[in-house]
Ligand binder design. Structure first.
Ligand code: ADP
Ligand code: MG
Length: 240
């Protein structure tokens, strides 16, 4: 579903991604782990065209997305993103946050969009908050709304960038549970996370990034149980 070939990304002279090759199959959950500054966010942002790729190619369902002829907005509609800081629109109700993009980009009429919005808010356990504003919700609730908002575009895949890192500890589980349900339903997901329990339990593959490279990848059993690379072993030694 997503294929990355020899991806390089520079910020000025700083090379942040140094040649990444990876393929994500439909319905796979790929968890990306690694130290701060290793390029995890940049990797996700390139896949969603939030950053311009310097060299290499990214394909989403065989369409090369870093091609001048490709419509960036069409790609963004297919590949959703959930951020650490939720990024909900503060002046809009929860329901309007969820219905805005499908109305503007998918041309849904308001009644259809609102029916979809309520359905998705139910799915994340928050339909009772449909007419509240983001600031009236806890961090965990806001992040669940952000997930509903991503789902409203009916994306082919969703990218999560440390979705629980900004949350108080007691709210982490409610967000991970929603993500786990999506995984069970077959959503294709790439999840940058520090939640090793989630990666172990829900991930089909785990990718370890360090210094702008994918150093090692494998099943959770392989990567956590029998890491091959010294850098992977050192990182896991610190976080497990
Ligand atoms: P991670 O998500 O693994 O912590 P990032 O992808 O955020 O890593 O960052 C990788 C490197 O790229 C870091 O050295 C960071 O400072 C640098 N970087 C990220 N975004 C930018 C930017 N917009 N401009 C310049 N440097 C950046
Ligand atoms: Mg990051």
């Amino acid at each position: 579903m997503i294929k990355i070939e020899n991806l390089h990304k520079y910020f000025g002279k700083l090379e942040v991604l140094k040649g990444i090759d990876y393929e994500i199959q439909e319905k796979q959950v790929v968890c990306v782990i690694g130290p701060s500054g290793s390029g995890k966010s940049t990797f996700l942002r390139c896949i969603n065209m939030l950053e311009q790729v310097t060299d290499g190619a990214i394909y989403v369902e065989n369409v090369k997305i870093n091609d001048p002829k490709t419509d960036i907005n069409a790609i963004r509609a297919e590949v959703g993103m959930v951020f650490q800081q939720f990024n909900l629109f503060p002046h809009m109700t929860v329901l309007d946050n969820v219905t805005m993009a499908p109305m503007q980009i998918r041309n849904l009429k308001r009644p259809e969009a609102e029916a979809l919005g309520h359905e998705l808010l139910k799915k994340v356990g928050l339909d009772s908050k449909a007419y509240n504003y983001p600031e009236q919700l806890s961090g965990g609730q806001q992040q669940r709304v952000a997930i509903a908002r991503a789902l409203a575009m009916k994306p082919k895949a969703i990218l999560f960038d440390e979705p629980t890192s900004a949350l108080d500890p007691e709210m982490v589980k409610e967000v991970l549970d929603v993500m786990k349900n999506l995984a069970v339903e077959g959503m294709t997901m790439i999840v940058v996370t520090h939640e090793m329990g989630f990666a172990r339990e829900v991930g089909d593959r785990v990718v370890f990034m360090d210094g702008g490279y994918i150093v090692e990848e494998g099943t959770p059993q392989e990567l956590f149980g029998n890491p091959q690379n010294e850098r992977t072993k050192a990182f896991l030694g610190k976080v497990l």
